[in-house]
Design a binder for this molecule. Structure first.
Ligand SMILES: [Zn+2]
Length: 114
């Protein structure tokens, strides 16, 4: 059971069921609900850190594994060749909605920086 009501902690603990699209050591990835691009997957460390400021709370190498998971899901979604964004929204101005550190892997259409 997750003690904090966090959706991603619930998914990590199995309390909330969701199809995990990719998994590797300490990481999970699944489709974003209401994705902004045709291909939109979230890459989420199983352990909780609310922001990059707290990344020290996570296991060694979590940033590297995030990039590796992003590349793997991009290949699975067939956007690795056409290009994808790997984005972390940190804080409310950036559009962060769930305060459990995660990255967006987005592709399948042309994007701009904003
Ligand atoms: Zn969480």
């Amino acid at each position: 059971m997750s003690e904090n009501g966090c959706t991603f902690c619930k998914i990590a603990s199995g309390e909330e069921e969701l199809e995990i699209g990719h998994e590797e050591e300490g990481m999970m990835a699944f489709r974003s609900i209401g994705g902004e691009t045709p291909a939109h997957v979230l890459v989420v460390p199983r352990d909780r850190a609310s922001s990059p400021e707290e990344i020290g709370q996570l296991s060694e190498g979590v940033a590297k594994r995030s990039f590796e998971a992003a590349q793997a899901v991009a290949e699975k979604m067939d956007v690795a060749g056409s290009g994808y964004a790997f984005r972390i929204n940190n804080g409310s101005d950036a559009g962060q909605e769930i305060f459990h550190l995660h990255a967006h892997v987005m592709g399948g259409r042309k994007m701009r920086m904003t």
